[in-house]
Design a protein around this ligand. Sequence first.
Ligand code: C2E
Ligand code: MG
Ligand code: MG
Ligand code: MG
Length: 276
Amino acid sequence: TIENDYHSDIAFYSKNLFDRSIEERRIIGEFEGALNRKEFVMFLQPQVNAKGELYGAEALVRWQHAQRGLLSPAMFIDVLEKAGLIYKLDRYIWESAAQKLKEWKDKGAEQYHISVNISTKDFYFVDIYEIFTGLIEKYDIRPDRLNLEITETALMSDFDKNMEILKQLQEYGFKIEIDDFGSGYSSLNMLKDISADVLKIDMGFLRASENEAKGMDILESIIVLAGKLGMDVITEGVEMEKQLTMLSNMGCGIFQGYYFSKPIPTNEFEDKYHIF
Ligand code: C2E
Ligand code: MG
Ligand code: MG
Ligand code: MG
């Protein structure tokens, strides 16, 4: 009966909630130790042109857990954000990226950038300007090699203040990338108020648009618009050749997706793309 279904739904739902809160407490409890033991690792996913030539890389964290194996960010980023701990992980990954760029520079490969993710919570807990400019000085690397990814949703949460910080970073020489564009609500209006360098079209937006005439028109319009506003466009989540062809025809020049490569360990990345 409907009533039974209703009750079993609730039971299922609360069991899930219960399991989830145990899981969350476990992650929070293990976090600092894992960070000290260097269980968090920076993977790199290539961003390439249609020929597959390297444009840059995105740093994506994985947790090499002693008992549970390799954990994906979906399992812990939200939890760490809620717990006010994400800034500790992010600082670590930002520094890993800066270190890697320094190594590449010393080995004569200064042409590639690494993009790092910034969580909206980071703005509240640390001085982002100081951290990033500090990394540039400490590692003696170019600011336009350590790109900053921020989601449109994160930006919207405190637009004026966060925008101001990003503008200062941009003046210092950093490149700003709008991540997951098309997954939020504020999309087009926001482009007027922000001068980002790169627009990253969300994978979900690509999926939702690609098999529908109207969706394709919108996708193409956004690519054209971004170009007019002077931004590079990267489409995320490209898995199939026909997507690559479609997006190329629409004027998108840079791609990030499994069609080319999943995020991989840095040494594999360096081999695959002959970084040095
Ligand atoms: P994001 O920044 O939008 O990163 C892109 C995500 O899409 C990555 O997931 C990547 O592996 C995935 N992806 C790329 N191409 C494809 C594809 O062709 N197919 C599919 N199915 N997926 C693809 P990942 O690594 O699991 O990271 C998920 C999210 O976690 C990231 O989304 C980002 O928001 C967050 N994240 C990852 N690393 C960090 C970090 O160091 N700090 C913070 N604050 N967030 C991070
Ligand atoms: Mg990102
Ligand atoms: Mg994204
Ligand atoms: Mg995302």
